[in-house]
Design a protein around this ligand. Structure first.
Ligand code: ATP
Length: 515
């Protein structure tokens, strides 16, 4: 679906992503496929860095979390036990005229009330301006129908709440005409497939809609390895698939995406609220550690009445995207529901025996679940900056820059010989590249004026540029390193500041900053 016109920032980010090779529409040469995305050379590195940071901090740096990679297609009974076969649905609405499909909870409508009387209805798709859009549409409606009187403020409601008699009166967001929207009906979002040669009921399987069930299904297998004691967590990174009715907002909601989930098992007698708070804070701190500004993050507590019956509490970490404040990371306290369900459906006891107290119980779980793609988008949105930088002649020029945290930046350092046609400069620059390449992603660039090369790296989010110039051989003319050879210029992306470093000290200097 097209982005709202006023979302200029989003358009700029999408365009930069395509131009610089972060993100492409999947199968673009065939016209694309809605809800699927490809990550280009820079995007693939950025994604890998996000995953690596998470795995490192969540699994490798902790004694109480172990990793898992479970299969994408699991026994179909897993999804019966988890409730996904019966209940993993979104309310879907069709527009009979435009043939477009909507999620009922993303269509908002309101009666148009003039002098206390309902004279019609208006609708709008969910955005950060839904109420304003409805109000504008109500004003236009009144004007076009030449209705006299005082227009009341709109009262936005979700289409899921529309009464049967209201449904034919609400205009379709696609056509603006009333009468073409169907009543909402439940649509299961799991992708279905067949395993093996037979195409009958017995061969039906699903692409996983979340990675979490792998951790529950393998709980006993992990426990039997003897490495873990309650409280402990099982973490996994992997692809998930949801046949979203309306994939939108670039990579925010897609049909194939990657999740990083962790199930943290605690005693049934432990204080779940303490652990819930602990993981909310951990997730928030982690997001800040990879460069998201604290000011763009907030918490949303799901109201008790909207929680699943087994859920004790869910808090979402929200991020202020250009299209509104949206869920980035959900941290749910799920009680013992999942393990109990799998024990019931599989007939395998999924309990924990506490050696100290000689007590057997079904552990409770806290689940922080996040999408890699949503983090990546949040990073790009907060890193995007436009400013002015002087060119070689001192003239101010506009530049697009990604202020990526060095931990996640796809290219850590660019190595640039000042001139392409001087073999000594080129040879030394390649030596420096080879020295650094073993430890980090390095980009070598000898094409074009040095200022232009800096600008290209600013756009890619590269935090440091290293330039090999004549002083590398002749020795510094002035400053603290006067006379010293084998030095390079290091340029900082954000403020264009330059400093001189010896090639020998370069690697530790960079490692300290990118880790
Ligand atoms: P939403 O309400 O936005 O559909 P959800 O509450 O269904 O999300 P969960 O089932 O809790 O999401 O999934 C955990 C995390 O996985 C989300 O917080 C989000 O980061 C990510 N995620 C979920 N669905 C998608 C999707 N379609 N595309 C990209 N990321 C997703």
């Amino acid at each position: 679906m097209a982005e709202p016109k006023e979302n200029v920032l989003m358009e700029k980010i999408v365009s930069l992503c395509k131009r610089r090779g972060f993100i492409f529409q999947s199968s673009e040469i065939y016209g694309g496929i809605n809800g699927f995305w490809d990550y280009g050379p820079l995007g693939a590195e950025l994604r890998r860095n996000i995953r690596d940071c998470w795995w490192n901090d969540m699994v490798r740096s902790r004694d109480d979390v172990v990793g898992l990679e479970s299969s994408i297609i699991m026994h179909p009974k897993v999804w019966e036990a988890s409730g996904h076969v019966a209940g993993f649905t979104d309310p879907m609405v069709d527009c009979k005229i435009s043939k477009q499909r909507f999620r009922a909870d993303q269509i908002f409508f309101s009666p148009v009330i003039v002098d206390g009387k309902t004279v019609g209805y208006v609708s709008a798709l969910e955005s950060d301006r839904t109420a304003e859009e409805l109000q504008e549409s109500a004003e236009t409606f009144k004007r076009k129908k030449a209705i006299q009187g005082k227009l009341e403020s709109v009262q936005p409601r979700e289409f899921t709440e529309a009464k049967p008699e209201e449904i034919p009166l609400v205009p379709s967001p696609a056509t603006g005409e009333p009468g073409s929207l169907t009543p909402p009906r439940a649509f299961n979002m799991m992708f279905q497939t067949y395993v093996g040669a037979l195409r009958d009921e017995s061969a039906i399987a699903y692409l996983r809609p979340e990675t979490a069930q792998g951790m529950f299904a393998d709980f006993k297998a992990v426990l039997d390895t003897g490495r873990v004691k309650i409280p402990f967590g099982i973490a996994q990174i992997g692809k998930s698939f949801r046949n979203e009715i309306t994939p939108r907002n670039f990579i925010f909601r897609s049909r194939e995406f990657e999740q990083m989930e962790m199930e943290f098992f605690i005693s049934d007698e432990d204080d779940w609220q303490k652990w819930h708070r602990y993981w909310i804070d951990w997730c928030r701190d982690w997001l800040i550690s990879i460069g998201l500004p604290a000011s763009a993050l907030s918490e949303y507590n799901h109201p008790q009445e909207k929680l699943a019956f087994y859920s004790k509490g869910t808090t979402d970490l929200m991020f202020r995207y250009p299209f509104g404040v949206q869920e980035l990371w959900g941290i749910a306290a799920r009680g013992d529901y999942d393990l109990s369900q799998h024990a019931k459906f599989s007939g395998t006891a999924l309990a924990y025996f506490d050696e100290a107290t000689k007590r057997r119980y079904v552990p409770h779980v806290i689940e922080p679940a996040v999408g890699v793609d949503r983090i990546l988008l949040a990073i790009l949105c907060s890193a995007y900056h436009e400013d002015q930088m002087p060119d070689e002649k001192g003239k101010m020029e506009p530049r697009d820059m990604l202020k990526l945290h060095p931990r996640v930046a796809p290219i850590k350092v660019a190595v640039l010989p000042l001139l392409k046609n001087k073999p000594n400069l080129v040879g030394k620059a390649q030596e420096v590249r080879d020295l650094l390449r073993k430890q980090m992603n390095v980009f070598y660039d000898d094409a074009g004026a040095i200022g232009r090369r800096y600008r290209r790296q600013d756009e890619a989010g590269t935090p440091f540029c290293v330039t090999v110039d004549f002083e590398t051989f002749e020795g510094m003319k002035e400053g603290p390193m006067t006379g010293q050879t084998d030095t390079v210029t290091v340029r900082h992306r954000d403020d264009g500041r330059q400093e001189r470093l010896s090639i020998g000290g370069l690697l530790p200097w960079l490692l300290e900053r990118i880790r």
